[in-house]
Design a protein around this ligand. Sequence first.
Ligand code: 9MG
Length: 277
Amino acid sequence: MSLMLFGDKSLDLSLPHVMGILNVTPDSFSDGGAFNSLELALRQAERMIQEGASLIDVGGESTRPGAAPVTIEQEVDRVLPVVEAIKKRFDIVVSVDTSTAEVMRGAAALGAGLVNDVRALEREGALLAAADTGLPVCLMHMKGGPQTMQVQPSYVDVVDEVAGYLLSRAAECELAGIDRSRIILDPGIGFGKTLEHNLSLLRNTAVFRSYGFDVLMGLSRKAMIGEVLGLPVEERLYGTMGANASAYLKGARIFRVHDVRPHVDMLALMSRIEREE
Ligand code: 9MG
């Protein structure tokens, strides 16, 4: 048993957990209006919860390569009503996918249980805001920003460099008052990495776990799966599951995915098989 407290709920991170992706950017719900968007987001959250997700990751800023930046107000307006509505209606850990201090503080006040930051709390005010929430944080590695990250990324040793960066951010978190036991590391598959970099990070997932931090993996339907298999985004489920199964065996315990049910079943079997008698 390895319990981590996510706001009002704890999860046993000796077991695998599925984090369902809930993007609340305008392009996620094509029929427009605010009420419909909220209802559709809630319906999607409900489906992922019924399928066995332990966490729902709500994000209002697209981090796809070349995505347009959002203002603080836009992000607050997109994310907070959804966090509030999910917490009112369901008994689930809500993770907030944000780099913005105001969103972190607002979401925590509404009951969010995790700060998931693809910029590892580097944005102004983010470290202090995350520390003030008292919540666990997921620190992800990204080389460059969403506009530039896929322009010829290069590393001398990708595993060393990514691990070194995450450990230095974890040290900053500890200095800011975030306990080590509430820090989760994520190598940031697809964020400023070539296919070979991504494969190397996945091959070495155990390195990240070896520092004593829990590890989150987010590779659902990403380009690296398409590059290996030569498949478009809508046909990447099986490849995603293979890569996540590999990461599970190397110590990852939270899996950020679009397709909840297949991962819940796959991970239930894997953890049962791997469980010590
Ligand atoms: C928000 N987001 C998109 N991709 C991600 C990934 O790989 N990890 C984490 N933690 N968040 C992500």
